[in-house]
Ligand binder design. Structure first.
Ligand code: IMP
Ligand code: MG
Length: 178
């Protein structure tokens, strides 16, 4: 059975990080129009908070992807379960993701989206686990760095659960792997 730890990142810390990121993003994209792409489902909570603090014109879209990693950087592949509704060619794209772990998903997704000829692509992640990287990837905007623990809450799930927790906790599993 799994259980969740005490809070390791509070809703107040998250809100402060979201405010900071939104300020940076609003500054960086002044005079531009953004296409914000939320990566389902984990980024839904972060996206909802973040976009309401960004004060540039934007369009919001969503993708759902899953990545396959088989050991080499170039063979990482992304399977698109839900694609964009909008054409991003010539657009300034901001990908909004819940957490960067191995980095494989983002690396593959960016490669896929660059092929659609956007003007620019940047990534905003609520959380980042840099110690877990398998590929060289760095998000442009990072909310909070986390240690190598499996975390849930604020959109992040374990087996589909716990996304609704307003604070982030560590998931502890007895006698099993996550
Ligand atoms: P990556 O391709 O390894 O960077 O995978 C990132 C994805 O793995 C995230 O979008 C999450 O869906 C999932 N993930 C990674 N770490 C965690 C975690 O600690 N809690 C919940 N989901 C996680
Ligand atoms: Mg995800």
């Amino acid at each position: 059975m799994e259980r969740i730890s005490d809070v390791i990142i509070s809703r107040d810390e998250i809100a402060a990080a979201v405010n900071r990121l939104a300020r940076e993003i609003s500054e960086d994209y002044q005079g531009k129009e953004l296409v914000v792409i939320g990566i389902l489902k984990g980024a839904a909570v972060f996206l909802a908070d973040l976009i309401r603090k960004i004060d540039c014109p934007m369009i919001m879209d969503f993708m759902q992807v899953s990545s396959y990693y088989n050991g080499t950087v170039s063979s990482g592949n992304v399977r698109i379960k839900k694609d964009l509704d909008y054409d991003i060619s010539g657009k300034d794209v901001l990908i909004v993701e819940d957490i960067i772990d191995s980095g494989v998903t983002m690396q593959c997704l960016i490669r896929e989206l660059f092929a659609r000829n956007p003007n620019s692509i940047k990534v905003a992640a609520a959380f980042d686990k840099p110690s877990r990287r398998k590929v060289d990837f760095k998000a442009d905007y990072v909310g909070i760095e986390v240690p190598d623990e499996f975390i849930v809450g604020y959109g992040l799930d374990y087996a589909g659960k716990y996304r609704n927790l307003p604070d982030v906790c560590v998931l502890e599993v007895d006698g099993g792997d996550k």
